[in-house]
Write a protein that binds this ligand. Structure first.
Ligand code: SF4
Ligand code: SF4
Length: 381
């Protein structure tokens, strides 16, 4: 397993995590086998947003005596109404479900407390009221030692940017995949399933807004927990609305290549699906190469670096994707962190000989030589 820093903390998080959404109605045996495969693979991050008692109980049993090996993200705002999932902003009800989570998981703390599913501006204002919103409850639980880090889950760019810039959250849980990344930042997640949403007329603005969010997270040290990396699995299927077809490994690499992403949490139903995700760790560069996203002409046209490294090898061993990503992030705040990461690269952009081999290989028409010069100018070498 490879690990990255969790936001600005010194905590190491596995780059592959587990989204437990699809296990809500699974048996104890299934959940235990998934947890076994997860922990055996070195995964140390599980997102458990659901409020159903059975799934909470089953995870509690499956994690017994190994709770310390994993970080658990629980969600404040995910509750039940008449036995069905329901979003709530009622502080008493949310605290009841939070305490229920602790008790069923047989633990006395949650590693990451996510303010759950905030997409609308008025909902953001209500939840992020530090005196009276769910945020006030989250801060109290944190003060009491029942929650360690704070996060927010969302599907839309505008409120996510507000939260990231608020200084309150350590993590942002956000969908990251090459299909939804072409959609407008304020689109409802349900629209991603309709072919009519994928239009070139708005693609450039859409991509710019999502790119701004990812780079802002990277610059401010807010870690992105990338959810929905497979776009609900339809990125594996020909004829899906986005026209992009990729393997699980390619999808995971896409998410992990975006700025700010510290872990990706594919939803897994079985131990085999966990192993499919963990295959990323053994995959070759060509198996990880996601440049096939250019089957969606929106990607082909846009001319910005997608950090895919399809242009390698570079004769002087520049990691072109990493250099370009850091130079792009430097446009936003947070130069110190970005410079530190740049200095840690084995080869800097100033080593570029302008041979042009990378530009010939880039499927996205990126002027790599220009990007290397820009990076060298920004970082001074
Ligand atoms: S320059 Fe092109 S091929 Fe290289 S990382 Fe960027 S998008 Fe990928
Ligand atoms: S142009 Fe520069 S970055 Fe591209 S392959 Fe040649 S040396 Fe490497």
């Amino acid at each position: 397993m490879h690990y990255r820093k969790l936001g600005t903390t010194e905590v190491d998080v596995s780059i592959i995590g587990l989204g437990a959404e699809h296990l809500e109605h699974s048996s104890l045996d299934t959940i235990t086998s998934v947890v076994d495969a997860t922990l055996d693979g070195g995964v140390n991050y599980i997102d458990l947003f659901m409020a159903s008692p059975d799934v909470r109980d089953n995870f509690g049993i499956a994690l017994k005596n190994r709770r310390q090996r994993v970080m658990i993200a629980g969600h404040l705002g995910a509750t039940l109404k008449n036995g069905q999932y329901s979003r709530s902003r009622d502080k008493d009800l949310c605290e009841h479900y939070f305490n229920d989570l602790l008790s069923r998981l047989q633990t006395d703390y949650i590693d990451i407390l996510m303010l759950h599913y905030i997409d609308e501006p008025d909902d953001y204002e209500r939840v992020f009221d530090p005196e009276d919103g769910l945020l006030a409850l989250a801060l109290r639980l944190q003060k009491e030692g029942k929650a360690r880090l704070l996060g927010m889950s969302s599907h839309r760019v505008p409120v996510s940017l507000q939260a990231v810039n608020s200084g309150y959250i350590d993590l942002l849980m956000f969908p990251v995949n090459p299909a939804t990344d072409t959609l407008p930042g304020d689109i409802a997640i349900e629209a991603a399933f309709q072919a009519s949403a994928y239009q070139q007329s708005h693609a450039e603005t859409s991509m710019a807004s999502r790119s701004e969010l990812y780079h802002t997270c990277a610059a401010r040290g807010v870690g992105i927990v990338a959810m929905k990396p497979y776009a609900a699995g339809w990125l594996f299927t020909k004829g899906n609305p986005s026209s992009i077809v990729l393997t699980p490994v390619q999808c995971l690499n896409y998410a992990l290549s975006q700025p700010g992403v510290c872990t990706v949490v594919p939803g897994c139903r079985t131990a085999n699906e966990v192993k499919t995700a963990l295959a990323y760790l053994e995959a070759t560069d060509s198996e990880k190469d996601f440049s096939a996203i250019d089957t969606n002409s929106i990607w082909k046209l846009q001319g910005s670096c997608m950090y895919c490294n399809h242009c390698l090898p570079c004769p002087v061993s520049i990691d072109i994707a990493a250099v370009t990503r850091l130079a792009d992030t430097a446009r936003y705040a947070g130069y110190t962190r970005t410079t530190k990461e740049y200095e840690a690269l084995p080869v800097q952009a100033s080593a570029c000989t302008e041979c042009g081999m990378c530009t010939e290989r880039c499927p996205f028409n990126v002027d790599v030589v220009c990007n290397m010069k820009r990076a060298a100018a920004i970082f001074g070498r």
